[in-house]
Design a protein around this ligand. Structure first.
Ligand code: MN
Length: 194
């Protein structure tokens, strides 16, 4: 067993259906994410990062180490934010920050989805907070993570084709629109409060 381990999903593989099928979960978590974990473990020896945390690798490494570590961090945040029985909307301080920054929860979702739909190629769309708690939506290519810019990542949609192709084929916007049904805002609020 390597230093880094594949995260356990906090729900059954079919819990997110029909938004995300158990087949997509089987490949996305069991093959793609597992592959990034195996790759990173294989790159550690002699790298100088043998004792580093995942966050340190994401902020300091380059090349394959950076890409695989970034994908591990991104997918851990991604899979942990969903539930088959989610808190369907934010409340409290996060709800207030969303209203302040984007006008309304509906306007936020529309902008977030649009940024996901228009990200060219593979990558991730993120909601993050800066050091003052101000919210920002960013498009990040490939394996990039907002912590590389000093931001705190809160919510992310994966727009790599492997995240949706089995269920939605080319219809990325439909996939992104459906994901709101399974985002557990309790998890996002907890990230924002830390
Ligand atoms: Mn992915």
């Amino acid at each position: 067993m390597g230093k880094f381990e594949l995260m356990a999903l906090p729900y059954a593989p079919d819990a997110l259906e029909p938004v995300i099928s158990k087949e997509t979960i089987a490949f996305h978590h069991g093959k793609h994410l597992a592959g990034y974990v195996n790759n990173l473990n294989g790159l550690l020896e002699g790298s100088g990062f043998e004792e580093a945390t995942l966050e340190e690798i994401v902020c300091k490494a380059e090349g394959g180490m950076l890409n695989n570590a970034g994908q591990i961090m991104n997918h851990e945040l991604y899979f942990a934010q969903f539930s088959g029985n989610p808190k369907s909307a934010p409340t409290g301080q996060l709800a207030e920050a969303i209203a302040r920054e984007f006008g309304s929860f509906e306007a936020f979702k529309e902008e977030f989805q649009k940024k996901g739909a228009t990200l060219f190629g593979s990558g991730w769309v993120w909601l993050s907070a800066d050091k003052d708690g101000k919210l920002v939506i960013t498009q990040e290519p490939n394996a990039a993570n907002p912590i590389q810019k000093g931001l705190k990542p809160l919510l992310t949609f994966d727009v790599w084709e492997h995240a949706y192709y089995l269920d939605y084929q080319n219809r990325r916007p439909d996939h992104l629109a459906a994901l709101w049904q399974i985002v557990n805002w309790e998890v996002i609020e907890e990230r924002y409060s830390k």
